[in-house]
Write a protein that binds this ligand. Sequence first.
Ligand SMILES: Nc1ncnc2c1ncn2[C@@H]1O[C@H](COP(=O)(O)OP(=O)(O)OP(=O)(O)O)[C@@H](O)[C@H]1O
Ligand SMILES: [Zn+2]
Length: 860
Amino acid sequence: MLTGEASHPDISAGPIPMPSAVPPQRPSDTHRTDTRSSNTDAAQTDDAQTDDAQTDDAADVAGSLSAPGFFDTSDDAIDDLTKSDGKRAGNPDAQHVTQGQLFETDPPPWELTVDEDVAVASVVFRDAPYGPYDYRIPPELRDRLHPGMRVHVPLGRRKRPTVGWCIETKMGNKTGKTLSDVAEVLDDAPLCDRPLVRLVTWMSHYYQSPAGQVFDALIPSSVRASAGTRERTYLSPSPASADESVVDALPAKQQRALRLLIAAGKPMTSSQLMVHAECTAGPINALRKKGLLDEDTRREMATSMPTRWQTSDGEKTESHELTDDQSNALGRITAALDSAAAKTLLLHGVTGSGKTEVYIRAIEHVVKFGRAAIVLVPEISLTPQTRGRFERRFASVAVLHSQMTPAERHFQWQRIRRGEVQVVVGPRSAVFAPLPRLGLIILDEEHDGSFKQDSQPRYHARKVAYARAQSLQIPLLLGSATPSLESWYATQSGHAELISMPSRVGNRPMPDVQLVDLRIKDERSRGGAISRQLHLAVTETLREKGQVILLLNRRGFATTIQCPSCGHVVACPDCEMPLTHHRDGGKAVCHYCDYTIATPPWCPECRFDGIRYGGLGTQKLEVEVKARFPEARVARMDSDTMRRPGSHQKVLSAFRSGELDLLLGTQMIAKGLDFPNVLLVGVINADAALHFPDFRAGERTFQLVTQVAGRTGRGNRGGRVIVQTFSPEHMAIQAASRHDYLQFAQAEIANRRKFNYPPLGSVARIIIRGAVEDVTEATANSLMLRLESARERLGAEVRLLGPAPPPIAKLRGKYRFHLLLQSLDPLQLGATIRMATKTFKIPEKDDVQYVIDIDPMDML
Ligand SMILES: Nc1ncnc2c1ncn2[C@@H]1O[C@H](COP(=O)(O)OP(=O)(O)OP(=O)(O)O)[C@@H](O)[C@H]1O
Ligand SMILES: [Zn+2]
């Protein structure tokens, strides 16, 4: 029989406190379906990157440019995660918030007796009910079962046999009930060690995601399914075969086979022995039947792995003599490594300052002491260059990427776990790499949006890396030319150490950036996307045999309302967020607070009557470019053209070798590429991301323009940048045009302070979706009421916004509403949601689901 007692994972086992309770059972079965809100084709921006490393079923696409906070939980706050949410928020009644109760028939606490001699396992499940529930470990399994293993247990009144994850083993049954037995242990060894199990419980608590689902994110499905392995039975001589008289009495063929096996001195499979003894299966089976052979079945890799290493993209460079900036940076990183403290370091190095070389030297330091490192990068197939740089410098590198087969992924995971790997390079899921002696975690391009997972559990790799580094007492190194404001703010508030590399390698100048004001009629080309200045610059560059990059980051839908004459964007008076045009009914709606007006027919600012909505895509741009520059060899890079494995590789190699003159595409061409012959970068519409209904719009725009501008001037021939924009005076664009991160960061922090947006406060979002609009809205409303009452009971200072339709108000035939929560204290935010959803049940007939997104990255 089950009990409803919430398990308490061991928190004394490691240096950092982890939460003391995993979330209680979720009341609504339907909750577990993740809406994958922004993973859709309709909504998907052109920057989709897939990383199928961790989920079987989820498309797991991440899209946007910025990153949520992780320092919004101060160290104290992380510490406080070990306490009950309710207590912290000041309500004694709230203590029970973290306790899961399955049956109302549970005895009251004073009737509980503790049975000290029972070995107990706490088990969590992927599907509802999620647990944790306690089971008795039968004596014969006591030595075999450890946290991090899968078990078969009976679940529910019908004792349905179910696979679960053991998160804790302990002595003593405190439930006062007879526990059901663990039926079977499914793994020979834990699939994750204790620190990783504690990371699971922390993630489960923080992201309010069932621990069983977090395990599934942590352990690749290929590992769970033992992809690429098979069972083989090995034969060895049994003790009975030691009797010479028995052997002598055997028929000739059997005798020969057995003697050969004894002489070999090692076990063989039956087919190996058949070859060796030149016999059929008959004599071997006869030996088996006579009890002269012992059998041992093992699971092993089917073949030695045919790893399909991608060839490098043609870059040749090797180790460099460090610049002064680089050696200073390295010195500070090695000091942190030597101090064996869980320090967070932010390496802010301008584009082309040589950050990769610093990472490599830091890892060399780690490897020297027999330890290993994880390097997280935005999707690796976009940057074959980075991969090549690591593979050339370390003997044993495991590169994880989305195009691996399950067998390859499993093979690499086993290598990593056996401690055979010095460096793991991979996307966000690589933060879970089971390295036994991890010494350093690095996030390159730490501001990148792909570090946030867009399906359950909706974790951010930076925050998880932070938690893992803290628990192992190792440094975390974040690197970027355009750090996220979260990381930047952490350096200002003393939670992270700032290391600056303000100049480029070889003292190359930063490229000159020229702004083209698209509001001026003459600058706009009739019907086209390329201004007169940009056209001239491309022509000149091609004539000089230089290469060109054109960026057009068109989002899947473009519904901002902007005046082409004055550049004014219609925005919400309460939230300062741009309003979104809804074609049905001609409404303009704030997607934060639901402020609604009729879409203005002319510009409210300058009265120009030709206000417009919408945009232009890369495909259309390609047609225009080919028409304007018929001689140029052009390639387009976006999620449509880059579907096939290896396609990035191909285009980038062709670009490096000079077989292509012009590369146009979405933000995937803005990332980390290092091509010395790129003399011109053009940004077609810098506003694309600027007027998005998202408080991170300015940050994303700054990052994107700065990053793409950084792709030029990396060789000896210099480089320049042309940025077309309707908002040349906007602070983000001004700062980007001067490569001035500091100015941007200071101004943007001041902006965020007004509304306590991250990194000053925390944000969470709940998405509700359903087939029938009013039912969905009614559900959203009743959840809102619960949030309000939870806020009151907890005395929490949390701002509640909505329900409002998100920019994508309908998705795959489902209506969507969202709620936003904002607070200076992430713990109060989390506790409010936990309390409000604890007993929130949606009747099955309503067909409505909800999804909790803590530290959301986008508001689509
Ligand atoms: N000490 C050095 N001496 C000479 N060249 C160097 C040195 N360090 C790095 N480089 C070269 O400088 C170039 C830029 O380095 P890298 O790509 O690491 O820059 P980055 O800081 O990562 O820039 P971005 O943020 O734009 O990706 C590379 O071609 C690299 O090989
Ligand atoms: Zn508003």
